[in-house]
Design a protein around this ligand. Sequence first.
Ligand code: TXA
Ligand code: MG
Length: 338
Amino acid sequence: FTQIIKIDKYNTDITVKRAAEIIRAGGLVIFPTETVYGIGANALNEKSASRIYNAKGRPSDNPLIVHIADEKDIYTLGVNIDNRIEKIISAFWPGPLTLILNKSSNVPYRTTGGLDTVAVRMPSNIIANKIIKESGVPIAAPSANISGRPSITSEEFIKEEFEGKVDMIILDNNSSIGIESTVIDTTGDNIVILRPGFVTKSDIERVINEDVHIDTNLKDNTAKPKSPGMKYKHYSPNCEVYIVDGDNKIEKIYDLIKKDNLSNKKSVVIGKEEYQSLFNNFISLGKDDITAAKNIFKVLRQLDKENFDKAYFINMSDTELEFSIMDRMKKASGYKII
Ligand code: TXA
Ligand code: MG
């Protein structure tokens, strides 16, 4: 049985209490964060962490992010927390940034997928923060989606995927950021971005006054990427997604649509609002990069709801945030770039 609650100002306290009881008892709670919904359990308990992998159908070597509500808790989860790391967390926490640290012995290997490092993040979403505080334990939470499917940022998709598989689902307004946290590896000489997000390379460089590297292993699905999650299929809708790039991208799409029409394939174009008037079948991501980030996962799921066969995504590369959005889109397309 899954208890499902839409959060509002009248039921917040009781809902948070109930969620914390479930977490402490070893159960699973889906809760909102500012990035995407998370499916949470006690990060320090092997059995609870295992339940997360089962509910998501997630491969057991793909580690979980541990969520905390108080900056100080980083010292109980990680070791060798130096001045550079402290600068970063005081600039970006609470918020959409996850740090990979050398783990302390408190963190079970079940949570880290067998690694000696642990991913830690302090979310800014108030409900998430209250649940973690009230639970009294750090909460391991991957994105709340069946493994390989797009992440979820709006309440409508949660129930169909997780009702009956978790103990509680807490629904909130849409996520304010909409793409998952930036993941950075802090264990080497240089800070390395393993998953780009809302907090960007130049944001971090400004804070630490040194070069930040990016290593997202895009295209290259080798056997041992730095971040285990990168080798798995990601964000895939059932519809075939293509990214279209180049100066003549609009003409390219017109040609593709013509062919689709001839072969009775239902196709759609996705892009920023400025392209809306050029196409009949168009899904707008909104005016700017911030809005596009908020909408991206909803749009990916909408593709399946409307049974499109093919989707053409107009490449965006004007800002660092657009680069982060394209990271998701490249994965969703299976790197099919035209
Ligand atoms: O915004 C977010 O980060 C959301 C919300 C719920 O907080 N969570 C999330 O978790 O996106 P998940 O599990 O879907 O993605 C975590 C990513 C995976 O690619 C995983 O492989 C990587 O972080 N990761 C976790 N621990 C790691 C570690 N110790 N070393 C390298 N990569 C790690
Ligand atoms: Mg995920």
